[in-house]
Design a protein around this ligand. Structure first.
Ligand SMILES: NC(=O)c1ccc[n+]([C@@H]2O[C@H](COP(=O)([O-])OP(=O)(O)OC[C@H]3O[C@@H](n4cnc5c(N)ncnc54)[C@H](OP(=O)(O)O)[C@@H]3O)[C@@H](O)[C@H]2O)c1
Length: 278
């Protein structure tokens, strides 16, 4: 299956869909990630906090997928935000992954009350110069966080990975990202425990196109221009989640799914200093 790609602002490319690995740990985790690579996923999303960078590295080696065709993402946790800690954190990630470089490295959360995210960003800029990281980006950043690091360094993140699903479509942040030339990635792209699989607009589109509700939601993501990174430990769901490039939602279907937005639709409570980094 050929997956379309997006060009990033640093000249590299990102597959239009990726694979989330949160909670995929141990031997079962390795098998699930290896299966995802065999199914055709070429963008993997891990983080120091997922405790599975070793599993991701093992799965890559076991799958036999060519290294230069895979984009491996990891993330620096809040407790590693000081400049030297961020550099050490990245080297440790590479060691656990067994890789010479990361394809995309993100600041996991801004943790603004610590005031350290600008220096974490400077560390990422230096790591990119050194060649340990190909693309650099952020996660869960608001417009003011983004503007601060761009003003400081002149370097714009390639990606901002944010919570985005039908109950929380993030229209404003998608517009901010786009206006700054930043690609939006969607975490919990199905909506995790609140996935609206049973809602009428999703059900109707699934029936009209002969696909599953999960495929409808992921196709909606793709047509928004966001890069979803669904997680599944189930081989059949891994396959169907990747198979979203053979049909197209019309404007009314897109609008119907976006209209599922709820004022309290976000999974994460909203305080960027008090959260469980996932
Ligand atoms: N940057 C951040 O702060 C942040 C925060 C949260 C998540 N993330 C990243 O985003 C990734 C995805 O988010 P997520 O894991 O929270 O949520 P998600 O991908 O929206 O949902 C995953 C859940 O949906 C189920 N599922 C997957 N495909 C399905 C389908 N086609 N039909 C029905 N159910 C399906 C999975 O079950 P099975 O596994 O049993 O199939 C799993 O329980 C994470 O793995 C992580 O890499 C990043």
């Amino acid at each position: 299956m050929t997956i379309p790609t997006h060009e990033l602002n640093d000249g590299t490319t990102l597959p239009a869909i990726g694979f989330g690995t949160h909670r995929l740990t141990g031997e079962d985790g390795v098998r699930a990630i290896e299966h995802a690579l065999e199914t055709g996923y070429r963008l993997l999303d891990t983080a120091v906090n997922y405790g599975n960078e070793e599993e991701v590295g093992d799965a890559i080696r076991r799958s036999g997928a060519p290294r230069d065709q895979i984009r491996v993402t990891s993330k620096i946790p809040g407790r590693h935000h000081a400049y030297d800690d961020a550099i050490a954190s990245t080297r440790e990630s590479l060691e656990r992954l067994g890789l010479a470089r990361l394809d995309l490295h993100l600041i996991h959360w801004p943790n603004p009350s610590d005031g350290l995210f600008p220096e974490t960003w400077r560390a990422l800029v230096d790591l990119q110069k050194e060649g340990l990281v190909t693309s650099i980006g952020v996660s869960n950043f608001t417009e003011s966080h983004l503007r601060r690091i761009i003003e400081d360094t002149g370097v714009t993140p390639a990606v901002n990975q944010i919570e985005l699903h039908p109950l929380f479509p993030q229209e404003e942040m998608r517009t901010v990202n786009e206006s700054l030339g930043i690609r939006t990635e969607s975490w919990s792209p199905l909506g995790k425990r609140s996935a609206p699989f049973d809602q009428a607009p999703v059900q109707a589109a699934a029936e009209a196109h002969g696909v599953s509700p999960g495929q409808v939601i992921l196709r909606w993501q793709v047509q928004l221009g966001a890069v979803p990174i669904p997680k599944s430990a189930t081989p059949e769901r891994q396959r169907e989640n990747l198979d979203v490039f053979g049909f197209e939602l019309d404007d009314a279907e897109m609008a119907g799914i976006s209209a599922l937005a709820q004022p309290d639709g976000r999974l994460f409570g909203g305080d960027p200093d008090h959260h469980e980094e996932q």
